[in-house]
Design a protein around this ligand. Structure first.
Ligand SMILES: NC(=O)c1ccc[n+]([C@@H]2O[C@H](COP(=O)([O-])OP(=O)(O)OC[C@H]3O[C@@H](n4cnc5c(N)ncnc54)[C@H](OP(=O)(O)O)[C@@H]3O)[C@@H](O)[C@H]2O)c1
Length: 321
C-alpha cells in the first residue's frame, strides 16, 4: 500500500529521511483492527521522528503519522486514538510507562490503512468532516487535556498561550475561548497574532511583551524561547502547563519565581480515549472546528512537511487518502 515513511533518521536534515512509496499492509495482532484512512494530520512529532527523536534506527522504515480518521472493518466512521498501551493496562492511558504513540513502535497513519487496538476507536460524528476529525487525536487532544484536565481553571480565568500559530496553540485558543476563558496569546508574527484574534483570542502580544496583568495559567509548548516569560507572567499560585519544547529546554528555569510565587508546573502528554470522546462532543456541541491551514493529497505529503519545517503554517496540515 502507499505510505509516507521515515527511511532513515537525520538530525540536521530531517526531510532527506522522508520517503513516499510502497510499504507492507498492516498485520493486526489479536485485539487489533484495521482502519482505512480517509484523512490524517501532520504534527511536529512527525518532524521529530525524522530527526530520530523517539524513533530509533532499529525500527526503520517507519510509517509516520499519529492522527487519523477513517472507516473501520465494519464500515463505521471512526477517529483513531493514537496512544498505544500495554494490552493489560486499564488506567489513564497516558500514564502507562510502556505507552507509545502511533509511528513510534507501530506503523503510523500516513498510509492507506493502519492497524490499531480495537479499543482505540472513537465514533466520528457526521458533524465533523474526516479532515476536521483527523486534527483531533494529537494536537487538539493535548490542548484539551492541558486546559481542562491539568490547569484547574475557574470560569472567566485568564490564560496565556505561548506561540499562537501552532497546531496545539490554535486548538488552545479555540477550546479556551469556547469554554469562556479570557485567552491571551503571544506570537513572533503579526499575521499569526491577527489570526489568533480571528480565532477567538482576546488579546495578542509580541513575544516577551509585558502583559497588563499576570495570568491564572500559561500554556507552554514553545520551551526555552518563551519559558522565562511564562514564569514571569503568572500570578501567585498560578499554573504553568507544559506539553512541548519546540525551541529546546529552558535555562534558567526561574526557580526563584516558581517557589516565591508558589507556581505549579504541570506536565501534559496527549490524552486518554475518554478525553478524546469528550473533545469530540465538545467540538460538536459548541460548533468549533480545527483551524486547517491546508489539505493535501497524501501523495503531496512532502509539501506539507516542507511547510511545517519552514514554519509557514498556521493551524493544521491535513493529508487525504
Ligand atoms: N506532549 C504531547 O503530547 C505533545 C502533543 C502535541 C505536541 N507536542 C509538542 O508541542 C510542540 C508544539 O506542537 P505543534 O504541533 O503545535 O507544533 P507547531 O504547529 O509546529 O507549532 C510550533 C509553535 O512554536 C512556536 N515557535 C516555534 N519556534 C519558535 C521560536 N523560535 N520562538 C517562539 N515561538 C516559536 C510557534 O509560534 P509562532 O509562530 O506563532 O510564534 C508555534 O506556535 C512541539 O514541540 C510538539 O512536539 C507535544
Amino acid at each position: 500500500m502507499f505510505a509516507v515513511y521515515a527511511a532513515r533518521v537525520d538530525r540536521d536534515d530531517p526531510l532527506s529521511a522522508l520517503e513516499l512509496g510502497d510499504q507492507p499492509e498492516p498485520a493486526p495482532p489479536e485485539g487489533w483492527t484495521t482502519v482505512s484512512v480517509r484523512a490524517a494530520s501532520l504534527n511536529r512529532h512527525d518532524l521529530w521522528s525524522l530527526r530520530g527523536v523517539g524513533l530509533s534506527a532499529d525500527r526503520l522504515p517507519m510509517i509516520l503519522g499519529c492522527d487519523a480518521a477513517g472507516t473501520d472493518e465494519h464500515g463505521n466512521d471512526v477517529i483513531v486514538h493514537s496512544v498505544i498501551t500495554d494490552p493489560d493496562w486499564r488506567d489513564d492511558e497516558t500514564l502507562d510507562p510502556a505507552r507509545t504513540i502511533l509511528s513510534e513502535l507501530h506503523p503510523g497513519t500516513f498510509a492507506e490503512r493502519v492497524a490499531v487496538p480495537a479499543r482505540n476507536l472513537v465514533p466520528k460524528p457526521a458533524e465533523l468532516s474526516f479532515e476536521e476529525a483527523a486534527c483531533l487525536p494529537t494536537a487538539w487532544l493535548t490542548a484539551f487535556r492541558m486546559l481542562f484536565t491539568k490547569a484547574s481553571l475557574a470560569p472567566g480565568a485568564t490564560v496565556l498561550v505561548q506561540g499562537a500559530g501552532g497546531g496545539v496553540s490554535t486548538a488552545l485558543v479555540r477550546l479556551g475561548s469556547a469554554a469562556g476563558f479570557r485567552m491571551w496569546v503571544t506570537s513572533r508574527s503579526p499575521e499569526r497574532r491577527a489570526e489568533a484574534l480571528r480565532l477567538g483570542a482576546d488579546e495578542a502580544y509580541e513575544l516577551d511583551a509585558r502583559l497588563p496583568e499576570r495570568v491564572d495559567a500559561v500554556m507552554e509548548t514553545v520551551g526555552g524561547a518563551t519559558w522565562g516569560h511564562s514564569v514571569r507572567s503568572l500570578k501567585s499560585g498560578g499554573t504553568l502547563v507544559v506539553a512541548g519544547a519546540t525551541t529546546g529546554d529552558a535555562s534558567p528555569a526561574g526557580l526563584a519565581h516558581i517557589y516565591f510565587r508558589q507556581l505549579s508546573v504541570v506536565g501534559a502528554t496527549m490524552g486518554t480515549v475518554d478525553e478524546l470522546r469528550r473533545l469530540v462532543r465538545f467540538c460538536v456541541s459548541n460548533g468549533i472546528r480545527p483551524l486547517i491551514h491546508e489539505v493535501l493529497p497524501l501523495q503531496d505529503a512532502r509539501r506539507g512537511f516542507e511547510a511545517l519545517d519552514a514554519q509557514n503554517v498556521v493551524g493544521k496540515i491535513v493529508f487525504t487518502v
